[in-house]
Design a protein around this ligand. Structure first.
Ligand code: MSP
Length: 644
């Protein structure tokens, strides 16, 4: 991320239908990269937009009984609304029907025609309506469209048309790609393009007769034709940047740092676009990066399969920041990834609700209870503190590096590991115990200062991914709103002792997962041979054990029972209900340490009254002599899961 300026683009999306999760993904990815660059103070320009001409849009308009322009005007609103909802910070939004774009396309066409880079000829070929491209016989795969992910039947068409002399740039392009390894990324996509270029490159048909398809930009040198699709759409990357209209702006923005694309439009971006730019004498973009596809489970997303995920609805249900976080952490850039609501909930509950959110609640609650709601002062650090500091600062550096190498998922997973580490640090140092005594209160302050520092850095580093939630988190720590200062995220100790923290509600409320009914244990069916019981052990039948309902639960609140040294009153969450239980563990656990713990309870114990307080169940703990430790659940399981 060390560059004078950063110019990033998304594909411009067709307006034949409302946006889906694939569109949302590329745009969120571009947004996250743009925000990281802004965070490190690199002047950034982020462009997205819509591709509004062509047969697809014309057909959608016909089906909806409106003009193509109306179709575009209505659908573009869906995209704009979605970008707003997803907190996308694009600096520009280009529509190919805007005059500022059309004029540039026409100027380019005229110039190329004047210089004989474009010529007229009779054309016969195989045409894919969906990809809006002609193919030669050789290109076809089993007689169908060869574009990865398409494969649809093609139509035979003969007509006069205009052609761009793309073939003459074939060798130049091969040499350029070979000399510039960063030009097409990831590497295997570069090889894919080089593979494509091993076949003879044909000239590119760039027009359609108006008689067949009128919805496009009229050729400046022949009013019977329009140009559209690639010779129109690709130009958006430079028309929006001021090419042929504002030289100063264009020179300050171009070349683009990244054209982000899905793997479906690799050839157009890595073969058509570079040769077009070469013919125009415009420098090449730095990197064309093709990411993989989101599959729904294991299947391709398609209307026919009825599995298209509507990002608007998903975000209404689960919130924008967790959605952004999931998409960026879950996809290794370049590869396909699988989208399911279950996977989303799993990651949300683990990384955000259990780890990050819980850590924040603990830290702010303890600072509230024992330090008057003000950031405590650090002391001289011990080994555990030094370790947490180093791990956090290293992970912050690694996140920057991971963005640089286009693997933000790795950096973000590193941040999740820091949060886990910080939670472990709290478990080991037990600030809730240290804070009890005057002698050790300063140590508790130290632990909480370090935990809060880790949260400060984590929240700053996650800010580009979850701007809303991280602003809330930072507010809770008494930090100012607005973009974090990047240099502060690489320095330990920026939290000012004495700063008041803010009370806050739960940052990431846990999502309850519907329970799956468990099958009867195999052992019961297998009927093992009876064995003698070891002396002193009373054996029971399985049926006796089966009477027990052991279930997982989460501690929501814990407090001492007045006048009873050993008792704590707990409010617990069993997924489908909340209960109160009274437990004799006060000599072993501070109430604050219990909040957020996932424990195991006997759920079908008859209610009892202990010291006039109703107790609905019993928690399980291991005891030995005067030691006691609670049975907890390792990993993320739906609340109320049965144990046995
Ligand atoms: N209009 C052309 C692009 C012109 S760019 C000069 C186009 N539009 S599109 O509406 O079909 O959008 C394609 C892009 O949407 C893909 O390149 C990709 O960025 C995104 N996605 C569409 N489906 C996707 C998935 N299933 N998964 C991830 N992203 C995908 O092609």
């Amino acid at each position: 991320m060390k560059k004078e300026n950063f110019y990033i683009t998304t594909p411009i999306y067709y307006v034949n239908d409302k946006p889906h999760i694939g569109h949302a993904y590329t745009t969120i990815l571009a947004d996250v990269l743009a925000r990281y660059h802004r965070l490190i103070n690199v002047p950034t320009w982020f462009l997205t937009g819509t591709d509004e001409h062509g047969q697809k849009v014309q057909r959608a308009a016909e089906a909806a009984g409106m003009s193509p322009k109306q179709q575009a005007d209505e659908t573009v609103v869906r995209f704009r609304e979605l970008w707003q909802k997803l907190e996308i910070t694009n600096d520009d939004f280009i529509r190919t029907t805007e005059p500022r774009h059309q004029e540039v396309v026409r100027k380019i066409l005229q110039d190329l025609y004047d210089r004989d880079e474009i010529y007229r000829a009779e054309f016969e070929g195989w045409y894919c309506v969906t990809c809006e491209r002609f193919y030669t016989e050789k290109d076809l795969v089993d007689g169908n469209c060869p574009e990865p992910g398409c494969g649809r039947p093609v139509e035979r068409i003969t007509e006069p048309n205009y052609f761009f002399r793309m073939s003459k740039y074939q060798q130049w392009l091969i040499d350029y790609i070979e000399a510039n390894p960063k030009f097409i990324q990831p590497d295997f996509r570069r090889n894919e393009t080089l593979g494509f270029l091993r076949k003879e490159l044909t000239d590119l048909c760039i027009s359609r007769p108006k008689s067949r398809m009128g919805w496009g930009i009229e050729l400046p040198f022949d009013a019977d034709f329009v140009t559209y699709v690639w010779f129109d759409a690709l130009v958006n990357y430079i028309s929006a940047a001021g090419y042929l209209s504002d030289d100063d702006r264009f020179n300050s923005l171009w070349p683009a740092s990244y054209h982000l694309i899905g793997k479906d439009i690799l050839t157009t971006h890595t073969v058509y676009w570079p040769t077009m730019l070469k013919a125009m004498n415009v420098p090449m973009p730095e990197t064309i990066f093709a990411h993989g596809w989101w599959l729904i489970g294991r299947d391709k997303m398609s209307k026919t399969a009825g599995n298209v995920v509507n990002p608007m609805e998903f975000v209404d249900k689960h919130g924008v920041d967790p959605f952004r976080y999931f998409l960026i952490t879950e996809m290794s850039l370049g590869q396909d990834a699988s989208f399911t609501e279950e996977a989303f909930i799993r990651r949300y509950n683990t990384d955000l609700a259990n780890d990050l959110g819980n850590m924040l609640s603990r830290v702010t609650k303890l600072i509230g209870s024992y330090f008057d709601g003000k950031i405590p002062a650090p002391q001289e650090e011990g080994e555990a503190e030094a370790k947490l500091r180093d791990t956090t600062l290293k992970a912050a550096e690694e996140l920057v590096a991971s963005v640089d190498r286009m693997r933000p998922d790795q950096g973000l997973n590193g941040m999740a590991a820091v949060v886990r580490e910080a939670n472990r640090y709290m478990e080991v140092r037990q600030p809730w115990t240290l804070a009890k005594s005057d002698d050790t209160r300063a140590d508790a302050g130290m632990v909480l200062y370090y935990a809060a520092e880790a949260l400060r850095i984590v929240s700053g580093m996650l800010y580009p991914v979850m701007p809303g939630k991280m602003t809330e988190l930072r507010r809770a720590l008494g930090l100012p709103d607005g973009d974090p200062v990047f240099a502060d995220l690489h320095e330990w100790g920026r939290l000012e002792p004495g700063t008041p923290i803010q009370k806050m509600k739960i940052l990431f409320p846990r999502i309850q997962v519907p329970k799956v009914k468990e099958a009867a244990p195999e052992e019961e069916k297998a009927k093992p041979k009876q064995k003698e019981a070891p002396v002193g052990i009373v054996q029971i039948e399985y049926a006796d054990f089966a009477k027990l309902s052991l279930r997982t639960a989460r501690v929501l609140e814990a407090e001492k029972v007045e006048g009873a040294d050993k008792l704590l009153r707990l409010q617990i969450d069993l997924g489908d209900e909340q209960r109160q239980i009274v437990a004799g563990i006060a000599l072993h656990y501070e109430p604050d340490a219990l909040v957020g713990m996932n424990i195991v309870v006997v759920a079908n114990l008859k209610p009892a009254c202990i010291r006039k307080i109703e107790s609905n169940g019993m928690l399980l703990a291991a005891t030995s002599g005067d030691q006691l430790r609670l049975i907890t659940v390792d990993g993320d399981m739906p609340l109320g899961s049965s144990v046995g």
